[in-house]
Each structure stands twice: as C-alpha cells, then as structure tokens.
Ligand binder design. Structure first.
Ligand code: NDP
Ligand code: NHF
Length: 283
C-alpha cells in the first residue's frame, strides 16, 4: 500500500481507496471551502450522510473542481428516520440530487436501529436492505453496505439478503477495535471502515501512542491511521486544516513493526464514544 489512492477491491470488483475524508461537521453552514481544500490536498473519497448536511457542499466542490466525477468515490448513508423499503429509495434520490450526481459509489444503512428500544429492527433492516439491493441492481449505486452493524445485526441481514453487504463502517481506533465484528467482517469479505479513526482526538495523548509517535518520528494521529491501514481497515479521518489533511495521509512511508501492532491491539479500552447502544458493558 503506497498511497491513499491505492485501492482495495470489494467483493463485486469495485475499487475503493484505502483512505477517505470524513465530512461530519466538516462543512458547517453548507460551506464548500473545506471540501475544496480536501480535494486540493488530494482526497477523492468522501464519506457523507444525509444526517451530516454536507452533501450539497460536496456536490458543489466537486463540480467546481473540474475533476471528472469518475475520479471520486462518493459514499453516503441513509439515516435512522429513512429506513424502510420505500423510505430508503426516496432518501437515496434526495442524496443524489444534493450531491448533483446520477450515481453513488457506495450507500450504507447508517445505524441498524432507529433507537435502543426499537423492537422490530430485524424486519426493518431487511426491508431497508431490499431497497438498497434494488438500487444496486438498477446500477444507481456501485456498492452497498452498512454502518454500526455488530454481529447480530450482520447475521440477521446475511441470513435474509440476496446481495451481501460489501462494507461495515464502525467506530474503530486504538483502544476500541471491536475485534469480534472486525474478524467476522474480514472472514466474510466485508470491508471494515473506521469512523472516528483518531478517536475524535480522545486517544491522541495516550502514552503508548505518544511513545510510538516518537519512535517512528510521526504524530500520534499518524500512528492511529497507519495502524488502521495495516489492519486493512479503511480510515475516514476528518480534519479542518490543509496541514492536518495532508499529515493524515503521510502514512505510507513507514511501517509499524509487528510487536508494536500487538501493543496497540492490546491497549486497554480507551477513547470509546459511548455511542453504540449495544455496548453497555464497555462504558
Ligand atoms: N457511521 C457513523 O455512525 C459515523 C461516521 N463517522 C465518519 O467518520 C469521520 C471521522 O470521524 P470523526 O468523528 O470526525 O473523528 P476523527 O477521529 O476523524 O477525529 C476528528 C478530530 O481530530 C482532529 N484531527 C484531525 N487530524 C488531526 C491530526 N493530524 N492531529 C491532531 N488532530 C487531528 C480534528 O480536528 P480539526 O477538525 O480541528 O482539524 C477533529 O477534531 C466523520 O467525519 C464521518 O464521516 C463519524 C462518526 C459516526
Ligand atoms: O455519523 C455520525 C456522526 O457522528 C454522530 C455523533 O457521534 C453519530 O451519531 C453519527 O452516526
């Protein structure tokens, strides 16, 4: 892996870059300037969601860049309130319109359930997935997947789907590596994408990462991202300055040694967002 443009091949042969730019809270006020900066910095894979309200800004920035649409990898997600067979197709159409494109590279179900008390999530996930399968078969999206799906959610879907999910976007960073879900996905050929790959900065001062940063002459953020790449997990860091955007992909000129990978693997739980309702015991 020599650059963030080096690609993995999804189960259907579609190529996905090995790093993307996360756009949650990245274009406040629908301002495209930060997306333009990310394009200038070299990013081509943009992770968005209807929930982020960044789709229009991304669409404008891409259009104004003059770079052909095919050079970008655009991924969006259906929010909790957009689940269901008809609902998700409607949400997808709105997303396309906002992004100003006629196809997506990837579309994900954002969360497996609308809220922790929701009882019929199994049926709702299957119905929503049926909508995604239809969009995929119609050629409107090149790859489909899920986000925040844990083993039980994935199993429910896999037992009832025609097309296997091609990716699962989960919280993943040193100190919170969700081993069971990652192992399951990697065995089944489902690519894992890391959200909050820097633990939203919560792990950047961890002594192990600070020590490794010194050893490899890199920043703690670069240690996180390189670790993720070596785990074959696709990081989606968000950064607001060009300097940090560039720093975040300068991770292809060094390799973390095996022993140090194990040390990061075995870090005590750290930096978890506390957000997934199915992780009460880790709190
Ligand atoms: N599927 C899901 O449910 C979720 C998906 N996501 C996706 O993942 C993306 C990234 O996750 P996010 O939660 O934003 O967290 P990140 O782990 O990417 O952390 C972002 C924070 O780290 C800072 N930062 C970035 N680069 C550096 C650096 N080199 N050194 C020091 N600090 C740095 C940023 O600061 P600054 O901005 O000031 O540069 C920002 O405060 C989101 O944008 C979104 O696309 C996120 C959450 C949930
Ligand atoms: O994608 C997302 C961005 O961050 C939010 C707050 O952590 C999450 O709830 C959401 O899933």
């Amino acid at each position: 892996m020599n650059s963030m443009k080096d690609c993995y091949e999804l189960a259907n042969g579609v190529k996905i870059p090995c790093m993307g730019y996360g756009t949650y809270k990245a274009a406040e006020g629908n301002n495209e300037s930060i997306i333009k900066t990310a394009i200038e910095a070299g990013y081509r894979y943009f992770d968005t969601a209807s929930f982020y309200d960044t789709e229009e800004a991304i669409g404008r920035a891409i259009h104004e860049s003059g770079i052909p649409r095919e050079e970008f990898f655009l991924s969006s997600k259906a929010w909790k309130t957009e689940m269901g067979y008809e609902e998700v197709k409607k949400a997808f159409a709105q997303t396309l319109e906002k992004l100003g494109t006629d196809y997506l590279d990837m579309y994900l179900i954002h969360w497996p359930l609308p809220n922790p008390e929701y009882k019929d999530w199994k049926e709702l996930d299957i119905e929503t997935w049926r909508g995604l399968e239809e969009l995929y078969k119609a050629g409107k999206v090149k790859a489909i997947g899920v986000s925040n799906f844990l083993l039980h959610h994935l199993e429910n879907l896999i037992q009832n789907c025609e097309i296997m999910p091609m990716a699962d976007q989960i919280e993943f960073h040193p100190g919170f590596t969700q081993e069971a879900t990652v192992r399951y996905c990697q065995e089944k050929g489902i690519y894992v994408q890391a959200w909050s790959p820097l633990g939203r900065k919560r792990v950047l001062e961890h002594p192990l990462l600070v020590g490794l940063a010194e050893k490899y002459n890199k920043s703690a953020a670069q240690i996180c991202l390189r670790y993720e790449i070596q785990r074959q997990v696709i990081p989606l860091p968000k950064a607001s300055t060009k300097e940090r955007m560039v720093q975040n992909y300068q991770v292809f000129d060094f390799e973390i040694e095996k022993e140090d990978m194990y040390r990061i693997d075995s870090m005590q739980p750290a930096g978890w967002s506390g957000e997934h309702p199915d992780f009460p015991r880790v709190k």
